[in-house]
Design a protein around this ligand. Structure first.
Ligand code: SAH
Length: 341
């Protein structure tokens, strides 16, 4: 089977060209064609000899995704359903903010975590995405929408820390100044809370933002919403976050999806404030998006504002996340299999 050239980082490409008896500077040329010029094929790499282009084409796939479906929301948010060329499909979302374009990428085909409020639950987990497939989501969207993406969130389908090696490799490719050149500070990894991997991530020396899907400060409630809490409870999770902050000096972000009469009263806010007291962190409050047959309903605006104010009054920085793309099911947790092959 042919290998995907986008699974190669610059170092791998250098080694590849050395093995092919070619000059190693070819690696930088190819890297630039892929990540700066964002071309569609080897044949467009005009500073390479025709022979070399043909040789590469014989041995490698270029792996440009096909667009199966593209939906555009009233607010300009675009949701892509990509054919990833093996019969599977994934979703990627492009959002525009004041500070530029942000992309929400998937890390797996399906997800194993089983969070009760998430639209990815109940669909089978198929496989990890390769690093090349993670990066291709950015390239494919940039090609289609003619934009330069400046922020990346790993908040699409999948649990990024369950596909650790490929996610880290993709981030290093994305970071590379000779390619996409998107700084780690503009990349957020969102996790349901796989504690050992948080410790590992802290040691990578990458300045990305860690986002924790917390959703409750109460172990019973959180376990009910998120089975991962049975493996790693809130106290273990917070300990890992404190370690992450100490090592990286980065502020951790906590995601909290508010569900009516579940986790949205002031008792819940009080527990949360106590849990996060003194931490270098930020709380992102998200009105929960109801999924089909889901047991959780969106909190009222009034409750969400009260919840935020309660936290802010206690010195915990909390903001309410603007909902983008909700009319095309592109908002948090709404990326769903129904559309997929
Ligand atoms: N597996 C990772 C990343 C994917 S989910 C994680 O759990 O963090 C991305 C974010 O969307 C998470 O914060 C998740 O908790 C949130 N989310 C999932 N379903 C949601 C829903 N129905 N409403 C609001 N947020 C949701």
């Amino acid at each position: 089977m042919k290998k995907n050239i986008k699974d190669y980082n610059l170092e791998d490409l250098k080694n590849l060209f050395i093995e092919m008896d070619e000059k190693s500077f070819r690696a930088e040329q190819v890297f630039k064609w892929i990540y700066v010029e964002n071309v569609n094929s080897f044949s467009e790499m005009t500073n390479l000899s025709k022979d070399l282009r043909e040789k590469l084409d014989k041995e490698f796939t270029f792996n440009n995704f096909n667009i199966i479906k593209k939906l555009e929301a009233k607010d300009g948010t675009k949701k892509y359903l990509f054919d990833i060329l093996d019969g599977n499909a994934i979703e990627t979302v492009l959002m525009e903010y004041k500070h530029g374009f942000s992309i929400c990428v998937s890390s797996q085909v399906g997800c194993k975590m089983g969070c009760k409020f998430c639209a990815s639950t109940g669909i089978p987990y198929i496989r990890n995405l390769t690093s090349g497939e993670i990066v291709e989501q950015i390239l494919a969207v940039e090609r289609d929408a003619s934009v330069k993406i400046s922020n990346i969130v790993f908040m699409g389908i999948g649990e990024p820390l369950d596909n650790y090696d490929n996610v880290i490799k993709a981030i290093r490719i994305i970071n590379n100044q000779k390619g996409l050149n998107i700084g780690a500070r503009h990349i957020s990894i969102s996790t349901s809370g796989i504690v050992p991997r948080i410790y590992k991530l802290a040691e990578e020396n990458i300045q990305c933002t860690l986002s924790i899907s917390l959703h409750s400060a109460d172990n019973d409630k959180r376990s009910e919403m998120m089975p991962v809490n049975n493996a790693y409870n809130i106290q273990e999770l917070i300990k890992a976050c404190k370690d992450y902050i100490k090592i990286t000096n980065r502020r951790v972000s906590f995601e909290y999806a508010l569900a009516k009469d579940n986790n949205d009263n002031l008792e819940d806010a009080k527990k949360l404030a106590n849990l996060l007291k003194g931490m270098l962190c930020h709380v992102n409050l998200i009105p929960i998006n109801k999924i089909d047959n889901g047991r959780y309903n969106k909190s009222t605006n009034e409750n969400i504002i009260k919840f935020r104010d309660f936290l802010n009054d206690r010195g915990i920085v909390a903001t309410i996340r603007r909902e983008l793309g909700s009319d095309i099911d592109a908002a948090c947790g709404q990326l769903r299999r129904q559309n997929l092959k």
